[in-house]
Design a protein around this ligand. Structure first.
Ligand code: B12
Length: 215
């Protein structure tokens, strides 16, 4: 993607200008840029700067909210494009997906959901701040192949462990593969809590989901 448009996209999030973000995303698509490249090279770097400024105390909660608004406006344009590019015919499997209890971060989870459905998975998105019991009940009800758990806070990633333990207690742990992700989540955390898979981003999530269904 052109460096100029790339930095304009990032800057629109940093400046808290959702309308500009929407406009630049539209321009980027019109100029033939790939939606995934727009996310990876334009929007994500901007979001990361916003996150860093928030950590350092330069930005406050309203700045995060307005940046998220910009990202979501951009995603409204990008989601249909992502879906249109990768249509699979047969179903690759069923994924129950959600952000864990106490955590309302939605954007990354939804991007993972979009990429999974664009690649042929049936995705049941339970949303954000999802109670542990709801994950367990949905897995039982649907017989899903995969449970995808998103957590963006160091304080809520521990809920991923709680959910895995709840699956054991409900007697369904061996019926579903658990895939975890979110900014603070690492492979070693995934191993520690005995998750079956971990991915750093949405494309990685598709690869891991494919492997988990095949095994
Ligand atoms: C936007 C944002 C918000 C928005 C969310 C809006 C929304 N509708 O989603 C709002 C303003 C609500 C928010 C609130 C808060 N936030 Co906030 N937020 C962010 C921010 C800036 C960007 C997150 C984002 O959307 N990134 C873009 C997406 C595309 O990336 P992603 O979420 O990482 O997802 C990718 C991967 O992680 C992965 N992935 C994600 N989920 C899954 C799931 C699976 C199964 C897999 C395989 C992969 C996967 O794939 C995704 C796509 O590539 C981050 C900073 C950052 N750099 O992450 C802080 C951040 C996550 N927030 C933070 C904090 C502290 C908070 C608050 C506690 C602030 C407060 N004082 O109230 C609250 C918590 C509210 C709550 N209870 O959840 C901290 C967390 C620190 C920590 N380590 O615990 C961060 C890191 C900012 C910081 N640097 O301090 N936030």
């Amino acid at each position: 993607m052109s460096n100029e448009l790339q930095s304009k996209l990032a800057q629109s999030l940093i400046d808290g200008d959702p309308d500009a973000c929407f406009e630049y995303t539209k321009q980027a698509l019109q100029s033939g840029m790939e939606p995934m490249a727009i996310i990876r090279d334009g929007l994500m770097p901007g979001m990361n700067v916003v996150g860093d400024k928030f950590s350092s105390g330069e930005y406050f909660l309203p700045d995060l909210i307005i940046a998220a608004d910009g990202m979501q406006k951009a995603m409204e344009l990008l989601e249909p494009e992502l879906r249109a590019r990768q249509q699979s015919v047969e179903s690759a499997g069923t994924v129950v997906l959600g952000t864990v209890k106490g955590d309302i971060h939605e954007i990354g989870k939804s991007l993972v959901g979009t990429m999974l459905s664009a690649n042929g998975f049936k995705v049941i998105d339970l949303g954000v701040d999802v109670p542990t019991e709801s994950f367990v009940a949905k897995v039982k009800e649907t017989g899903a192949n995969i449970l995808g758990l998103s957590a963006l806070l160091t304080t809520t990633m521990t809920i991923q462990r709680e959910i895995i333990e709840a699956l054991v207690e409900a007697g369904v742990r061996n019926k579903v593969k658990v895939m975890v992700g979110g900014a603070p989540v690492t492979r070693s955390w995934a191993d520690e809590i005995k998750a079956d898979g971990y991915a750093e981003d949405a494309m990685g999530a598709v690869q891991v989901a494919r492997q988990l269904v095949a095994n």
